[in-house]
Design a protein around this ligand. Structure first.
Ligand code: SAM
Ligand code: SF4
Length: 326
């Protein structure tokens, strides 16, 4: 079968993930390892972030997802949200939930519309293991607070790990159903050379889907929405929305228009490639930022063409998920 070599040009920066910091209070072994010392170097400021969002909003920006590292470690997180909410973009946030208890309300008031919270286990000891010492109860309190203050869309993200996740599925489904959350499973991506990755830790999401259907009945497909990474289903038995992000077994790269800004000021075009564009020299000036948008669109188009031509069989080995922001 011949590979398609033409990919349509990317004409807008519709979706931007901003990694606010590469620092984190957790050490999930699939994302970072203590061996990485986090450099206390340059970190994008609230001014930079506002400027980028302002300029990109003139080039089609619709959604900004704030991520990290742990974005709630930024003392100016609420200010950042307030400032970028002035530009008509939808603001989403991905967090490990640890600091949510005190921050859910101010974040909602500042303009965060959608929350993704990572939750790999509902058993205290397993949660502690998979987060490198995290406190499950505190995260659950954060989730409850987010619900209480009225977030309409709360998604729980679970990375699927063989030998770990299988016995979590029932608890996670029931927890999500009781709370009215949307549960999403993510295939483990081998980004960066972390000792945790090995083939026998990979759990294909077809396994998880089959398990759910065998035990809870048919999953009904829902229309794709958002960035298109997740295939979403409705589970009538639990009145629950379940999503599958099959980054490995069913890559969703076609037509990708995601841009990532890392906390050291670089634009990344794809989780699969190391290449990035250093935006740092442009961050202090709106006109300079405007002048570089065309180049970014061109590089994104080239990245999509490269991926389409060369396939989806690898991930960036020398990048770090904790820096890229997922
Ligand atoms: N600290 C926040 C959190 O954990 O939600 C935000 C940053 S984290 C890098 C963003 C998302 O990436 C989380 O849902 C996390 O589970 C996911 N993630 C991290 N490493 C991953 C990997 N190797 N494969 C798949 N998902 C990963
Ligand atoms: Fe931190 Fe999130 Fe990575 Fe876990 S997944 S180490 S919480 S950045």
């Amino acid at each position: 079968m011949s590979k398609r070599t033409y990919t349509p040009p990317v004409k807008e920066i519709k979706y931007l993930r901003i990694s606010l910091t590469d620092r984190c209070n957790f050490v999930c072994p699939y994302c970072r390892s203590e061996k990485f010392s986090t450099p206390k170097g340059f970190e994008i400021t609230a001014d930079h972030i506002e400027r980028v969002v302002k300029v990109f909003s003139q080039y089609g920006l619709k959604t900004v997802r704030l991520t990290g590292g742990e974005p709630l470690l930024r003392p100016d997180i609420v200010e950042i949200v307030k400032r970028i909410s002035l530009y008509g973009v939808e603001i989403a946030l991905t967090t490990n939930g640890f600091f949510l208890k005190g921050l859910a309300k101010p974040l909602k008031e500042a303009g965060v519309k959608r929350l993704n919270i990572s939750l790999d286990s509902l058993k205290e000891d397993k949660f502690r293991y998979i987060t490198g010492g995290g406190d499950l109860n505190r995260v659950l309190e954060g989730i409850a607070e987010a619900k209480k203050v009225g977030f309409k869309s709360i998604k729980l993200n679970t990375v699927a790990i063989k030998g770990f996740t299988e016995e979590e599925i029932d608890d996670l489904l029931n927890f999500a159903a009781e709370g009215g959350f949307h549960l999403r499973f993510i295939e483990l991506m081998p980004i960066g050379k972390l000792p945790f990755y090995s083939e026998d830790r990979f759990l294909p999401l077809d396994w998880v889907k089959n398990y759910i259907e065998e035990n809870y009945g048919k999953l009904e497909p829902l229309d794709r929405s958002g960035s298109g990474a997740s295939k979403d289903f409705y589970l009538p038995a639990l009145k629950l929305k379940v999503g599958f992000i099959k980054a490995i077994t069913e890559p969703f790269c076609e037509g990708c228009s995601k841009f990532r800004l890392t906390s050291d000021g670089k634009i990344h075009f794809c989780l699969r490639l190391e290449e990035s564009f250093d935006l740092k020299p442009y961050l202090d000036d709106e006109n300079k930022l405007r002048s570089v948008v065309g180049k970014l669109l061109e590089l994104k188009t080239e990245t999509n063409a490269f991926i389409t031509k060369n396939g989806f069989g690898w991930f960036a080995e020398n990048s770090k998920m904790v820096a890229l922001g997922g």
